[in-house]
Design a protein around this ligand. Structure first.
Ligand SMILES: [Zn+2]
Length: 317
């Protein structure tokens, strides 16, 4: 995914937590996270693209690449909260009957789990250290980690990040897909280009361009919004998924299945064209986009919420 998509998703995840129906005690945790996030978002939004621009671990930690194989025991698939569109679309996929292998050195779920720990560790250090201690992490530092974490979570929702076919080559439909998303976001929100971020509305979220109101009705971004409004928010990572690693592993599995529904077997970078890629499979570009973006927002919101709650429970110990 590209710059503005990443930053936008992190903001939408916080908005999602604001609107989510939660129990009384969970609401308190969510509200304290929302307040903390809004106080600390400025100047650290670059954390959302730090992984691409500075860390540059794209080939390993931004992906978990699957290849279906004919031999061997069929793959074991996890479950996701029923609310995830990618799960609804792919839980009956034929490809589930096949074995798969995962490319060596691709490790997105490990990356997410490790940053999640880092966030909690840093918050605990902040709480425990005396003011002025040389090892106390700043709020900006922790907020940057939060934005970095959302980057890796979001990447798991890009079908081509979980598919070993080489779609960055040939007609680069991987790049084309991510450009579709970024262009759409840049079309409807006002950008503070000099500072590489959005302008904000009075509630602290990316500022919507009111002149685009009519046009927006036709946009898949509107459909992402509509979908989330009627979708129940899941605090759970899904049945039997106990931690961030389990959750991200499940998401990558279903992204892989979605990739094959979008671009069916028998296609690769040598034969997919710049014209036919949008509707080659049993699911089209618009539905893939709605699923990837709305699920990404939900997943980031759930992970943010869970790690913040973990820290808050520790604080009350
Ligand atoms: Zn990335």
């Amino acid at each position: 995914m590209k710059q503005y998509t990443h930053a936008w998703l992190a903001f939408m995840a916080i908005k999602r937590l604001e609107q989510a129906e939660l129990s009384k005690s969970n609401r308190k945790y969510a509200d304290s996270l929302i307040k903390w996030f809004k106080d600390n978002k400025d100047g650290v939004i670059q954390g959302a693209w730090y992984p691409d621009m500075i860390i540059k671990d794209m080939a390993s930690s931004h992906v978990l690449k699957f290849t279906p194989v004919d031999e061997g025991e069929k793959g074991k698939f996890r479950k996701l909260p029923k609310t995830h569109l990618v799960y609804q679309y792919c839980k009956e996929s034929d490809l589930k009957q096949k074995a798969y292998k995962i490319d060596r050195d691709t490790n997105l779920p490990d990356r997410c789990e490790s940053i999640a720990h880092s966030v909690v560790d840093n918050l605990k250090m902040q709480e425990s250290e005396e003011k002025g201690s040389p090892i106390v992490p700043s709020d900006n530092h922790v907020a940057t980690l939060f934005f970095m974490l959302s980057h890796y979570i979001a990447d798991a929702h890009v079908p081509f990040h979980c598919d070993s076919r080489r779609f960055s080559e040939g007609n680069n439909i991987h790049g084309r897909l991510e450009k579709e998303w970024d262009d759409e976001i840049k079309k409807y929100y006002l950008l503070d280009k000099a500072n590489g971020r959005f302008f904000y509305d009075p509630t602290g979220y990316p500022l919507f361009d009111k002149k685009k109101d009519q046009l927006y009705k036709e946009s898949f971004l509107k459909k992402v919004d509509d979908n989330l409004r009627k979708r129940k928010f899941a605090v759970s990572f899904g049945p039997k998924n106990g931690n961030v690693w389990d959750f991200m592993s499940a998401i990558c599995q279903y992204s892989y299945l979605l990739s094959y529904r979008f671009i069916p077997e028998g296609n690769d970078h040598t034969n997919v064209t710049a014209h036919n890629w949008k509707k080659l499979g049993s699911i089209n570009l618009e539905d893939v986009s709605i699923a990837a973006l709305s699920d990404a927002i939900d997943s980031i919101a759930t992970v943010y919420f869970r790690i913040w709650r973990r820290y808050k429970k520790w604080e009350k110990r």
